[in-house]
Design a binder for this molecule. Structure first.
Ligand code: DGJ
Length: 693
């Protein structure tokens, strides 16, 4: 709901208020973000005094700060007009409220630049979507040096701690918590994609844990270079700007053009648990592409770790037969099926079936997989080219390059200039043919290196390539989805390098990490679950039976079943006993997957803090739940632990069986007293089903 009283706008969601206003001079003010107050009480405070070094304009909280006047804080927008002026002065042009969206309109008081601040309110999920629109009504181009999506102000003058990640390939989503006392805290990508290192969001908190404490969060829906910059200034105010990074950034808005920045989804909760649950629901209902958002994702098998580049009809069929016996629903052939792709030095760009590996074409394998009762999926890496490929030999200029520089390879490959129309058409045609000519139901879209030598001579304003590349990827995926609505897409970038809300607006799921070690995954998946929807988190059981510590097949299933389950081991080497373990777990996953993929997640114990991982998923009406417990060796006297559940109805009675003992207890008992569990030894794992009695 949006309440407006004399240019004070109260954006009201189920549990929070976000309040802003515009004063008589046209300055936009941030007034409140947090718990609900009486809507009549909000008012705009007079801007305070200044002295020669402290500008009044620099002190008050703004919703969106332009570069200019005496404002020295990090600004959200900076433009250069045709005459060289680089200062923006805004006039207020009124507002519009369309259903649940508020549009606050401004324009420069000299130049024909319009700026609209957009706020879309989703009451039931407690989420507000923000973005900024710029429109150039002049006859000349306007060049932006900064064009962030949104600015946020936090209420307390005390320092906030920012949760983000400091990850890497194989170690995505490793949480960091940085308290910002002074200066700035930045998380950013300058690699062309989101990357593994930091995440395009902020989670700012004081004295918070899973259940309590004020938590402010915002996540950017964009898969390219991003920046989240928090600043605590001389007045002890903390503010944050979030959006496309201003690194190597120049954005040309031609005469008459309009541009919407990427969206930002933000919210305020008590504790990190509610934050994750709110975003999980919001993402399923409003962000994920519509075809599969409400459908449970199938259990997939992926052949990468079993056969790597050495794929052929025979070995894939052999894997498919066992996968089908186990109960897998989607068989995915990974890298190696096209061009001269016998290793990572050749073939990228030649999206045509390798006739030596598949002399009868792909359909022989696809029919086999379909006859076994499974859908077929395939791997591609469309944005890339190897120097050793027909595509590169024919079009060496299709990769980003500077004529005078040697183009560096990473994983022996170059990045295609996705801003060129011919490149977009080539990729689209290849993928469209693939999907039109074969019964393919799933595409794993990979992206295995950051950009370099970022020259794109086809563009007047070359720095726009960073943005246009990401847009081209989204456009191709969207077009393919429109033509092939029954095909699901997975976003992969060397594991979880493109796992952001921009990707989630176009892809149905994400490859979380190439690290499939059950023990490492406990940490990686927790980081993923903070702000991203659980059903999009692909998790495979593979043959990595513990990089540092052993973990059994059951243990690996326990962990992988906490996302969208996949299997990725070499099944031809599995013993009969292993196959039985797979069958048992796959059958169990089919029973519980709705709870995991659509339920509310409660993170009850943390492997790092508690030596035990205890996660519970509860359905919306609190009649069913599943809990996962895993530990890789508890020390000292921590072995007997009361497992106190959460998210249940205090007044309902539930049954559960644990270590062959059945309990019938009230929700109140299970949540306040819990069940004592002896957790001993490494490789400990249990899955507990809880049902209303
Ligand atoms: C990187 C991905 O993360 C892997 O899962 C696999 O698809 C390889 N690329 C294939 O080259």
């Amino acid at each position: 709901m949006i309440i407006n009283k004399n240019n004070i706008f109260v954006l009201e969601t189920k549990n929070a208020h976000y309040v802003l206003g515009v004063d008589k001079y046209g300055y936009n003010h941030h007034l409140h973000w947090g718990k609900k107050c009486n809507a009549d009480d909000y008012y705009i405070q007079k801007i305070k005094d200044q002295n020669s070094n402290h500008s009044v304009l620099d002190e008050f909280k703004q919703e969106y700060t332009p570069f200019g006047q005496t404002m020295y804080r990090g600004c959200a927008i900076k433009a250069e007009f045709a005459d060289g002026c680089r200062d923006i002065c805004l006039n207020y042009n009124g507002y519009e409220i369309e259903e649940n969206t508020l549009k606050l309109k401004f324009s420069d008081n000299v130049y024909p630049l319009k700026i609209v601040l957009n706020y879309s309110v989703c009451d039931e999920n407690d989420i507000i979507t923000r973005w900024t629109t710029v429109k150039n009504n002049s006859e000349n181009s306007i060049y932006f040096e900064k064009l962030f999506s949104a600015e946020f102000n936090l209420p307390s003058k005390k320092p906030y701690t920012f949760k983000n990640t400091n990850g890497a390939w194989g170690g995505e989503n490793i949480e960091t918590n940085t308290t910002l006392e002074s200066g700035t805290f930045v998380s950013e990508s300058r690699k062309g994609t989101t990357g593994h290192n930091q995440s395009p969001y902020f989670i700012a908190y004081q004295n918070a844990d899973e259940k309590i404490g004020d938590v402010y969060f915002a996540t950017l829906a964009y898969s390219g270079n991003f920046k989240v910059k928090a600043e605590r200034d001389l007045f002890n105010s903390t503010r944050i700007i979030i959006g496309i990074s201003d690194f190597d950034f120049k954005f040309e808005l031609k005469a008459g053009e309009k541009f919407d920045t990427p969206k930002v989804f933000c919210g305020f909760t008590q504790g990190f648990g509610d934050m994750s649950r709110q975003m999980n629901k919001f993402a399923i209902d409003y962000v994920l592409p519509k075809t599969f958002n409400n459908k449970p994702l199938p259990i997939l098998y992926n052949s990468w770790e079993a056969t790597e580049f050495d794929v052929n009809c025979k070995n894939q069929s052999a894997l498919a037969e066992i996968a089908a016996q186990i109960g897998v629903e989607l068989f995915v052939m990974d890298d190696g099926w096209f061009g001269k792709r016998n290793n990572d030095r050749a073939g990228l760009g030649d999206w045509f079936v390798n006739k030596e590996k598949f002399p009868n074409g792909l359909d022989e394998l696809i029919s086999k997989v379909n006859e076994l009762g499974m859908d077929f999926g395939i791997w591609v890496e469309p944005e890339m080219v190897n120097r050793d490929s027909d595509l590169y030999r024919t079009h060496p200029d299709w990769a980003y390059h500077f004529d005078t520089r040697y183009s560096c390879e990473l994983r022996n490959q170059l990045v295609l200039n996705m801003t060129r129309k011919e490149v977009q058409e080539y990729i689209f045609d290849c993928l469209n043919n693939l999907l039109s000519n074969h019964n393919i139901k799933y595409i794993k879209w990979d992206m295995n290196r950051p950009f370099s030598e970022v020259g794109a001579e086809n563009l007047d304003c070359q720095q726009m390539l960073w943005y246009l590349h990401t847009k081209a990827v989204y456009d191709i995926v969207d077009k393919l989805k429109e033509l092939h609505p029954d095909v699901a897409f997975e976003s992969c970038a060397s594991g979880g390098g493109r796992a952001d809300y921009g990707a989630l607006m176009h892809y149905d799921q994400v490859w979380t990490s190439d690290n499939t070690d059950g023990i490492d995954r406990m940490v990686i998946q927790k980081g993923y679950s903070l702000l991203r929807p659980i059903k999009t988190m692909r998790a495979w059981v593979t043959d990595i039976a513990g990089i540092n510590k052993h973990c059994s097949l059951d243990f690996r299933f326990n962990i992988a079943m906490q996302g969208s389950l996949g299997i990725g081991g070499d099944l031809t080497k599995y013993s009969d006993e292993d196959i039985e373990i797979c069958k048992k777990n796959v059958a169990l996953y089919k029973e519980i997957r709705n709870l995991v993929q659509f339920g509310n997640l409660y993170r009850l114990m943390d492997i790092d803090e508690d030596e035990v991982l205890f996660n519970q998923y509860v359905n919306e009406d609190k009649t069913e739940s599943v809990a996962f417990i895993a530990a890789n060796g508890t020390r000292f006297y921590k072995k007997s632990i009361p497992m106190r559940f959460d998210g249940l109805d205090e007044n309902k009675r539930y049954t559960l069986t644990l270590n062959d003992k059945t309990y019938n207890k009230s929700g109140a008992y299970l949540m306040n007293i819990g069940i004592d569990l002896e957790i001993r030894g490494a490789d400990y794992n249990r899955i507990i089903l809880i049902k209303e009695a």
